[in-house]
Design a protein around this ligand. Structure first.
Ligand SMILES: *Cc1c(COP(=O)(O)O)cnc(C)c1O
Length: 475
């Protein structure tokens, strides 16, 4: 399988794009063509456990990794008791109409573990083969940083430098990151807000010489390894949702997915699963108050907002106003034409928006996308109503998904809502919704009480440079 840039040109194979999702011309890596799964193919996958299914699906994308090697990578990523549920991704009805897809059983209790655990294995594998090392530099406001640290902790060829804003994360999020004692994990608490952290990362990454000298890289949401690993759970969820359907009616049996969205990474994987032949009727995109993507799917106009106009909400992992993966979908929307895609992003740079309103009707009719926005009040009401009717506590991001899903339920079509985090991560909002604090279990208590290891640092580029230069791994 060859990979190409959305703005033209070829980028090599899977292992080539694993360390660098961004093409030199600014485009994003996408497969030259999407592999296809027939109804018969899907039935043959039904009996497989999650790691085996991951091997089958990922082998279609990672054609340059020998199958036995890939099987070892998926067994390591999804085995060894790292996930709390034996089935890795539990799929359980919430009501007659809604089903919850449990993507938050991993070590950091959010769906980012699903892809990051595989990426940790795959990147170490590629580095081993090529004798290289990687120093991951990133900024986080919570979920991505902890998922990356838990995926790379203790690895020999990777060190991770993660910037987080001092005093801006929940106690739980801080504990998940700062309690790691591994020598290759470097937590830096920056005096400033998340944008200051991100600016520091950006300035260092733009310094090509510094980047090369210290083998710096990123594992952000545009990483194609992450996108490919996320396709697996859409296939899995369809298989589990149709297990009880009579065999004769399974072929083409449609389900819809509702996806709490920010950077458009998760739902893009769902769109790829649909394009590969998984019978998906609707892809329901849920935004919070930062509803740039909802606006795009309703109007065909993409108008990213500046950092100052991005609100801090109670579903913080969706506080994104520039959806970095959208270009991959727009590439398909524009007939996979790199010229038109590049022109759209030039328009964005020149005018601050992309006007695709002429294409808007196709978003639903041809691609299956619908969307909606959920607010803080919606989140609280949804957490409460789900708890009262089912006894299940959902997290604020999942609540955004349930809220928007409820507006798009169709008779006879199961609606599968992706659970993107566990409620323990956002205890304050749960307490606000339910009127009582969430019970702290023994594991959470132990985590909160564990000793923490973090370096406070001023918002100062020079200080950061010397910190990294002293500690970066060398090949
Ligand atoms: C990252 C994240 C999201 C948004 O996912 P995208 O792939 O960026 O659209 C939603 N919910 C939670 C809990 C997350 O951590």
């Amino acid at each position: 399988m060859q990979y190409i840039s959305t703005r033209g040109g070829s980028l090599g194979q899977y292992c080539d794009v694993l360390l660098e999702g961004l093409a030199p011309n600014g485009g994003l890596a996408v497969p030259e063509r999407l592999p296809q799964l027939s109804g018969g193919d899907l039935e043959r996958l039904r009996e497989l456990a999650y790691p085996e299914l991951a091997t089958e699906i990922l082998s279609l994308f990672a054609t340059d990794i020998p199958r036995d090697d890939l099987a070892r990578l998926t067994a390591a990523a999804y085995g060894g008791g790292k996930f709390a549920a034996a089935e890795i991704v539990p799929v359980e009805p919430l009501s007659d109409e809604l089903t919850l897809v449990g993507l938050s059983e991993g070590p950091t209790l959010a769906f980012k573990d699903m892809a990051m655990q595989f990426l940790g294995e795959a990147i170490e594998y590629v580095l081993d083969k090529t004798g290289r090392v990687l120093n991951v530099l990133g900024a986080t406001s919570g979920d991505t940083g902890s998922a990356a640290e838990h995926a790379f902790r203790g690895r020999e060829r990777v060190a991770i430098f993660m910037l987080s804003p001092q005093g801006r994360m929940s106690a739980f999020q801080r504990a998940q990151m700062y309690s790691l004692q591994d020598a290759n994990v470097h937590n830096l608490a920056v005096e400033g807000v998340f944008d200051d952290c991100q600016n520091l990362v950006k300035r260092l990454s733009e310094d090509i010489d510094f980047k090369r000298a210290h083998s710096l890289g990123a594992v952000n949401s545009i990483n194609f390894g992450r996108i490919s690993a996320q396709i697996v759970y859409y296939v899995w969820a369809w298989l589990r949702a149709t297990d009880a359907v009579p065999a004769a009616e399974r072929a083409g049996f449609e389900v819809s997915f509702a996806v709490p969205s920010g950077n458009f990474g998760n739902i893009l994987s769902g769109y790829y699963a649909k394009s590969m032949g998984v019978p998906v009727r609707r892809l329901v995109l849920a935004s919070n108050e930062n509803n740039v993507l909802d606006e795009f799917f309703r109007t065909g106009r993409y108008r990213p907002r500046s950092a100052e106009h991005t609100l801090a909400t109670s579903s913080p992992s969706m506080d994104v106003s520039r959806a970095s993966n959208l270009e991959r979908f727009v590439f398909d929307l524009l007939g996979r034409d790199p010229e038109r895609t590049a022109a759209a992003w030039r328009e964005l740079a020149e005018t601050g928006q992309i006007d695709l309103s002429a294409e808007q009707p196709r978003l639903e009719t041809e691609f299956g996308f619908v969307s909606g926005t959920s607010t803080h009040a919606d989140r609280l009401a949804t957490i409460r109503s789900v708890f009262e009717s089912t006894g299940v506590t959902i997290d604020p991001h999942t609540a955004d998904g349930v809220k928007v899903a409820r507006g798009h339920i169709e008779p006879g079509i199961p609606m599968l809502v992706l659970e993107t985090a566990k409620p323990e991560k956002f205890a304050d909002t749960i307490a606000e919704a339910l009127g009582t604090p969430i019970e702290t279990d023994a594991a959470t208590r132990a985590l909160l009480d564990a000793p923490q290891r973090v370096t406070d640092i001023a918002d100062d580029e020079q200080l950061l440079r010397s910190f990294i230069a002293e500690r970066a791994l060398r090949a």
